[in-house]
Design a protein around this ligand. Structure first.
Ligand SMILES: Nc1nc2c([nH]c(=O)n2[C@H]2C[C@H](O)[C@@H](COP(=O)(O)OP(=O)(O)OP(=O)(O)O)O2)c(=O)[nH]1
Length: 129
């Protein structure tokens, strides 16, 4: 089981950051909440701060656990651990994705997400959430 952390980052306007996996990666062309694999002994908030600096050169503040979803991709299984986070500073510079968007929660269903993300997308789309 691969443990992966994902950040649901919002900006001052309440929009959420999503990013598209580039060609050559698993789930290429699909959208995700940015993050990455947990290193040994690493806490999720530390992993997310590290990954978002490496992949997008932004500073975030992960502040609350959002949910965990286990997904079987056939050849491998992942445990996707999502946290909510606030954008603190930085202009996004992509080094690992080929696109990003800031979107309102009710626009998330216009994007094709990696299958492991779908439970999170559905919760975010729910206005009672
Ligand atoms: N970061 C992130 N990864 C996700 C999400 N949803 C999802 O299925 N994944 C999967 C894709 C990858 O199999 C794995 C994360 O790996 P990664 O992208 O950090 O690792 P990597 O650079 O080594 O990529 P790869 O070799 O697996 O393609 O989790 C998500 O929302 N965010």
């Amino acid at each position: 089981m691969i443990e992966v952390a994902a950040a649901i980052i919002h900006n001052a306007e309440g929009q959420i950051l999503i990013a598209r996996r580039r060609e050559g990666k698993s789930q290429a062309g699909l959208w995700e909440f940015p993050g990455g694999k947990l290193e040994d002994g690493e806490e999720v908030p530390d992993c997310l701060r590290r990954e978002l600096m490496e992949e997008m050169s932004i500073v975030i503040h992960p502040y609350a656990a959002f949910g965990v979803n286990e997904h079987d991709y056939g050849g491998f299984k992942i445990r996707l651990i999502a946290w909510k986070a606030e954008l603190l500073e930085g202009q996004i510079r992509l080094s690992d994705h080929d696109a990003f968007r800031w979107v309102a929660a009710n626009e998330l269903d216009a994007f094709a997400f990696a299958p492991a993300d779908l439970p999170f997308v559905h919760r975010l789309l729910d206005p009672l959430q």
